[in-house]
Design a protein around this ligand. Structure first.
Ligand SMILES: Cc1cc2nc3c(=O)[nH]c(=O)nc-3n(C[C@H](O)[C@H](O)[C@H](O)COP(=O)(O)OP(=O)(O)OC[C@H]3O[C@@H](n4cnc5c(N)ncnc54)[C@H](O)[C@@H]3O)c2cc1C
Length: 479
């Protein structure tokens, strides 16, 4: 059943499970739990289409590096899957054995705990499991860098693929225009009794369920928990001040340019640091893309396009990259892009701003920070890549000044991957959820999405989000 909460504001049924959020995490969980016979209420804050009104609730106060949190997620049915690119790369085994950085432990689970869910996760996003993950071109170019293997989802838009199934499912009641605004605890503060939801006319209702799962994305999961502060002053699940800490992104660093020796080389190469390289240098992982970019000539319609990009680039603060692309002159010359692991770091965090949204709920304060370990990861990856590229006889790399001079600031961008803010841990001292994604100290509250990632590797988050959601659904179906 599908209902608009702006019209149907009375919900008096009690459900087995209440799920907030209809992105890849929420939809996967709803479908799985419903198929195991549970009654599920699925809540979506936005409507069935994009609207400025709903998206406006995602505005944040940004005080650290700018990750454009209001543009890098979507607040309507299907969530950010409505504009994800579909690149999929699984976690590596070694991502789960990473030793602690800055005294924060890595994952409390192993690769083998999520691997059994890979096939189903791939099917959900229309990937062919039998084909696996492919490299673009080339093999190992050195002992430090291997050709990267990945797969591309069409990309699957969860609204287009699953809205009809959700609507037709007898075990799922889905309400849109239904924003989760608060949760009520029992007197012992150990169980969630109900979740309060509101619509844009400021009409409210309370949902009763045996358990609750937050699937609101990497910024809203902590924001929501911190805002649930009527009964617990610092927010629910936040006794140790860990909610919102350790915000991680993947770092996109314009490392420099390269020129091929042999112009018949492929236009694009993607490489990944080997475990040996990361262990020897004591750095995080890096995914490096080398792409040939032809000179963009600008006249007629091309000129208009160029001007358009320049205007957008200024707005998004990436004018240097657009300049770099438009200045290319030599055939065989290309740019280097990266997707680099950021380590968990307490000072990089989501907290609450004093500004409020249209329902009077405090907005997120977005404070994205990187540390010296991350800077070392960036510089070692750049130097290693340049050396390997040269040694393999592929051509020459010209590194940006900030790679060679440690006194210069490193400019970096984001990948719209919001991770780590309700991290998984063995101990409430270092995380918000346990190895079953249950919030420490609360018996019936769970979290799904990349906010539970203990570390983020240098892979794309959505497929692992789905693997972890399937694992959570299996756990809940048994308990
Ligand atoms: C431009 C772009 C490209 C990307 N490309 C890739 C890629 O190639 N590969 C990859 O792996 N990942 C990619 N991503 C990231 C990917 O989109 C996310 O990892 C994924 O969507 C996260 O799923 P989720 O369900 O956890 O959160 P979301 O998809 O963000 O869903 C959260 C849902 O919760 C709802 N919600 C929020 N607050 C409330 C509330 N209070 N009450 C009720 N509902 C609420 C939202 O409306 C939304 O529907 C990309 C992201 C962007 C922006």
């Amino acid at each position: 059943m599908l209902r608009d909460f702006s019209i149907h504001t009375t919900i008096d049924k009690k459900y087995d499970t209440c799920i907030a959020g209809t992105g890849p995490a929420g939809i996967t969980l709803a479908r799985k739990l419903a198929s195991s016979g549970q009654s599920v209420i699925l809540l979506e804050a936005g409507g069935l289409e994009y609207s400025d009104q709903s998206q406006g609730f995602y505005e944040c106060e940004s005080v650290g590096h700018n990750g454009w949190p209001q543009f890098t997620r979507l607040r309507y049915f299907g969530g950010t899957s409505n504009h994800w690119s579909g690149r999929c790369r699984p976690f590596d085994k070694s991502d789960f054995s990473a030793s602690s950085v800055y005294d924060l432990p890595g994952w409390p689970i192993d690769y083998d705990d999520i691997e059994p869910f890979l096939k189903e996760a791939m099917e959900i996003i229309d990937l062919d499991f039998t084909k696996g993950f492919q490299t673009l071109h080339g093999n190992l170019i050195s002992k430090d860098f291997q050709a990267d293997a990945f797969a591309h989802s069409p990309p699957t838009r969860f609204k287009d693929k699953y809205l009809h199934q959700i609507t037709a499912n007898k075990n799922i009641d889905c309400f849109y225009n239904a924003t989760a605004v608060d949760m009520q605890l029992d007197s012992g503060h150990q169980n969630i009794v109900s979740m309060a939801i509101g619509n844009y006319k400021n009409q409210y209702s309370k949902i009763s369920a045996d358990r609750f799962i937050l699937c609101l994305g990497g910024i809203e999961n902590p924001r929501f928990l911190l805002n649930c502060n009527n009964q617990m002053k610092t927010g629910i699940g936040n006794i140790n001040d860990m909610v919102g800490r350790c915000f991680m992104e993947h770092l996109n660093v314009p490392m420099g340019s390269f020129i091929y020796k042999d112009l018949t080389q492929p236009r694009k190469l993607q490489f990944y640091t080997t475990d040996d390289f990361c262990n020897t240098k004591n750095v995080g992982k890096s995914n490096i893309t080398l792409s040939i970019v032809n000179q963009i000539r600008s006249y007629g319609r091309t000129k208009q396009i160029k001007n358009f990009f320049k205007t957008i680039a200024c707005h998004m603060d990436i004018e240097d990259k657009v300049q770099f692309i438009s200045d290319f002159k030599c055939p065989g010359m290309g740019s280097i892009g990266t997707l680099i692991e950021q380590s968990p770091y307490l000072k990089s965090r989501i907290s609450l701003s004093n500004r409020v949204d249209g329902m009077g709920i405090k907005r997120a304060k977005f404070d994205w920070q990187i540390n010296d370990y991350d800077k070392k990861t960036i510089r070692e990856a750049a130097l290693g890549m340049a050396k390997s590229f040269n040694d393999a006889g592929l051509g020459t790399v010209r590194l940006a000044d900030f790679i060679l001079d440690p006194n210069l600031d490193i400019p970096f961008g984001h990948h719209s991957h919001h991770m780590g803010t309700t991290r998984m841990s063995d101990s409430p001292n270092y995380g918000v959820v346990d190895s079953n994604c249950k919030v420490f100290g609360i018996d019936n509250l769970y979290i799904a999405g990349s906010s539970v990632f203990s570390t983020g590797g240098a892979c794309n988050p959505t497929m692992p989000i789905i693997q972890l959601s399937l694992r959570l659904a299996e756990h809940l179906a048994k308990h």
